[in-house]
Design a protein around this ligand. Structure first.
Ligand code: SF4
Length: 214
C-alpha cells in the first residue's frame, strides 16, 4: 500500500520537471471558454482542440454569441475534433442552460457543473481545480492509467470514476489540484500508454512497471 509520504515525493519530483497542461497554459481565458475547451478536449488531442477552440472563441466568445450558431454550423466549425456532432449539441444546450439557469456565470460546484449538458465529473473537476482553485481530482485517461497498477500503483481500479474516489482517499487534499496538472503532463510527455519513455522518467524508482514483464 502506497504511503502519503511516497505520493507527496512523487508529486514533488514531477513538479520539478513539469511542463504545462492545456488548462495551465490557457488559464487566462474566461471560465466559459475554459469550460468549452475542456468539453471539446474529451477523447481528443489537445493539439487538435486548441487552435480550433481559440478560433471559435475569436468569433463566439460567450454563451450568448455561441447561441447565434445553428448546431450544424457549430459542428462544422469544430469538425476536426472527435465527436464534433455530439459535442456541438452539448455546447449549445450548455450555453442555453448557463444563460437561463446560471445568469451566464459558470457555476462552481460539482453538482451544478455536472447538471450542464456534456459535463461529466472529469470536466467538472477540471473547472473546479483550474478555474476556481477548489480542491478536486480530475481523473482522465492519463491519471487513471499512471496512478494505477501496473505503473505507479497507488490504486487498483477499473474505471476513472473508481480512480477518483480511490485517489481522494489517499492523496492529501492540499495536493488534489496538482494530481491532474502533474500526471497529465507526465502522461503526455513521458509516460505514454504504449512504449513509455521510462529511461527519461524521474519517478521510475516509484513505479512497478519498469520491473514488470512487458
Ligand atoms: S517508469 Fe515508465 S511506466 Fe513508470 S511512471 Fe515512469 S514512464 Fe511511466
Amino acid at each position: 500500500m502506497v504511503t502519503e509520504s511516497e505520493i507527496t515525493t512523487v508529486l514533488d519530483i514531477l513538479k520539478q520537471s513539469k511542463g504545462q497542461t492545456m488548462l495551465d497554459k490557457y488559464q487566462h481565458l474566461p471560465p466559459f471558454q475554459l469550460l468549452i475547451m475542456t468539453l471539446l478536449s474529451a477523447r481528443s488531442k489537445d493539439s487538435t482542440v486548441i487552435p480550433i477552440a481559440l478560433k471559435l472563441f475569436e468569433k463566439y466568445p460567450t454563451a450568448e454569441t455561441m447561441l447565434q450558431l445553428k448546431q450544424t454550423e457549430l459542428a462544422s466549425y469544430i469538425r476536426g475534433i472527435g465527436f464534433h456532432n455530439t459535442k456541438s449539441k452539448h455546447i449549445l444546450q450548455l450555453c442555453h442552460q448557463l444563460i437561463t439557469e446560471f445568469n451566464s456565470v459558470v457555476p462552481n460546484t460539482l453538482e451544478q457543473l455536472t447538471s450542464l449538458a456534456g459535463v461529466g465529473r472529469k470536466t467538472a473537476n477540471c473547472i473546479l481545480a483550474y478555474v476556481f482553485k477548489i480542491p478536486a481530482i480530475a481523473v482522465d485517461i492519463h491519471v487513471h492509467r499512471i496512478t494505477n497498477n501496473p505503473r505507479l500503483s497507488w490504486i487498483n481500479t477499473k474505471t476513472e470514476s473508481q480512480s477518483e474516489q480511490a485517489l481522494m482517499k489517499i492523496v492529501p487534499k492540499k495536493r488534489w489540484i496538482e494530481v491532474n496538472q502533474l500526471i497529465v503532463d507526465h502522461g503526455q510527455r513521458i509516460c505514454a500508454p504504449i512504449k513509455p519513455k521510462c529511461h527519461l522518467c524521474h519517478v521510475k524508482d516509484y513505479c512497478v512497471y519498469t520491473n514488470s514483464p512487458k
